[in-house]
Design a protein. Structure first.
Length: 470
């Protein structure tokens, strides 16, 4: 009975929280010390009933929550949480399935199978590719690049899973200079040193320059040897897409593997009006993306696809006598991810996709892009504001440039305005450096953001800029 009360209590708290999300300050006012005091203290010496625990947890934690799932959070690239996906997450916790093997959860396995088919269709990934449900795009990049490492070395006559990297043929990795840091981290985990990665030039929007890639591919002693090219769909600052047609053509002439990091940009493929950005990407060898960004599934949820399932499985799979497999069918989720025991992430993705349908996903992606353009247009009308990027999808890069100011003064004004807008708490956005300039980043990725939210946020940002250039 007490446990049921805890669930009822959690439901009531969650409902009240969700209802109030649009009205709360987007960033909390509570301090680190206050949070430590509210949540801290010694480990209880004896049990406390669950309802009391849940009540106390919510009371102590809520003042320290950031409204990342609310409509005016534009920081990093952060999706919200669709109602159907949140409800499916609650059930996922209640069901507490281990999604590692079919025998541990037949429903967990089949839901991944079905969602995998829908996702490949939506994202323009070949139907024959394999899929893994991971924690985020960082681990998706890792998984895809492990498959790439396996396959490129196998073609060079080397078994990296058996013999490791010592003595292996040298593996070239070529990336654009605007590569996301998670690709670099993934390469590091795979034994490829940061100084071994070759970076090629990008243009003013961060897109890989095909001529620079062509030069890199045809130069160097290892030319024609095992090579991986990492391209990007959606630069984390500008949202720009690499020119995939040319990149894939060039890389495949050199028998290189093409990996696409599309943490959020890959979702443009779901929109008839935006999918042209991804032309050619369907011919890549692997793709990484997130569901917790633009699909608006709660954290954590990432996806990896590989056009060469045997390489994917060889890089990830392992076995032990007690890990009971069910033959070649059904799909064993553990073969496609770095983890073995794992939360059943497929349920929330399945619920999100079913609740939106094909048209709903496209509409959500297009709406976010339209709102990003609206935000940029409002800001552009302000004399001291410069929009640094072409707003091709949902990302806007904002810099404050008071008339007559030099670069240093513009940097200082940008940082000052960022602090002011964050302090006002109507919305939240983060800062960055873009090609030697301080900038503010706006990412419109939340399903519930409206025109009014964008206008209120633009007003707040313009107020902050005016104060910072006084
Ligand atoms: C292009 C790109 N790749 C990879 C990642 C890493 O994604 P995650 O933090 O969800 O693992 C991000 C995150 O913003 C990204 O923008």
């Amino acid at each position: 009975m007490a446990d049921e009360d805890a669930l009822d209590r959690a439901l009531a708290i969650a409902r009240a929280y969700i209802a109030s999300r649009g009205d709360r300050p987007v960033w909390p006012t509570t301090t680190l010390d206050q949070l430590r005091a509210a949540l801290g203290g010694p480990l209880p010496a004896s049990p406390i009933d669950s309802t009391t625990v849940i009540d106390a947890l919510a009371r102590a934690a809520e003042p320290g929550l950031v409204e990342t799932s609310g409509p005016r959070y534009f920081g990093f690239v952060t999706g919200g949480a669709l109602p159907a996906a949140v409800a499916a997450e609650w059930l996922t916790a209640a069901w507490d399935q281990n999604a590692g093997l079919f025998v541990m959860s037949p429903a967990g396995a089949v839901v991944e199978e079905v969602a995998g088919v829908w996702l490949r269709d939506l994202l323009g990934v070949p139907a024959s590719s394999s899929v893994g449900f991971v924690t985020g795009c960082h681990m998706a990049n890792f998984t895809a690049l492990a498959a790439a490492r396996h396959e490129m070395l196998r073609r060079a006559g080397w078994d990296v899973e058996a013999d490791g990297l010592q003595g292996a043929p040298s593996l070239r990795v070529i990336v654009g200079d605007e590569v996301h840091v998670s690709v670099m981290a993934a390469l590091r985990y795979l034994g490829i040193g940061m100084s071994q990665v070759e970076r090629v030039d990008v243009d003013g929007q961060g897109r890989m320059q095909p001529e620079a890639l062509a030069t890199a591919l045809s130069s160097g002693l290892a030319s024609g040897g095992p090579t991986i090219v990492c391209a990007q769909a959606g630069n984390v600052n500008t949202g720009a897409f690499d020119p995939f047609e040319t990149i894939v053509d060039l890389a495949h002439v050199h028998e290189a593997w093409v990996h696409v990091d599309g943490a959020f940009g890959l979702w443009a493929a779901a929109s008839p009006t935006l999918k042209h950005h991804l032309a050619g990407a369907e011919r890549a060898d692997s793709w990484a993306t997130d569901a917790h960004k633009w699909l608006n599934v709660p954290y954590d949820s990432g996806l990896v696809f590989v056009a060469h399932p045997a390489a994917h499985r060889a890089a990830m799979s392992f076995s032990a006598a007690y890990l009971m497999r069910s033959g070649d069918q059904p799909r064993e989720a553990m073969d496609w991810t770095p983890e073995s025991s794992r939360r059943a992430r497929g349920f929330a993705i399945y619920a999100a996709l079913r609740s939106l349908g094909r048209s709903g996903v496209a509409e959500m992606i297009e709406r976010c892009c339209r709102l990003a353009r609206r935000f940029a247009d409002r800001l552009r009308a302000e004399p001291s504001i410069r929009i640094l990027n072409d707003v091709v999808i949902n990302q806007v890069l904002v810099r404050v440039e008071p008339p007559g100011s030099d670069a240093g003064a513009a940097d200082a004004a940008t940082r000052d305005a960022l602090k002011r807008v964050q302090d006002e708490r109507v919305c939240w956005l983060g800062g960055t450096r873009w090609h030697g300039m301080d900038a503010m980043r706006i990412s419109v990725s939340n399903w519930s953001t409206t025109d009014e939210d964008v206008d209120r946020s633009a007003d707040s940002l313009i107020r902050a800029v005016r104060e910072s250039v006084l």
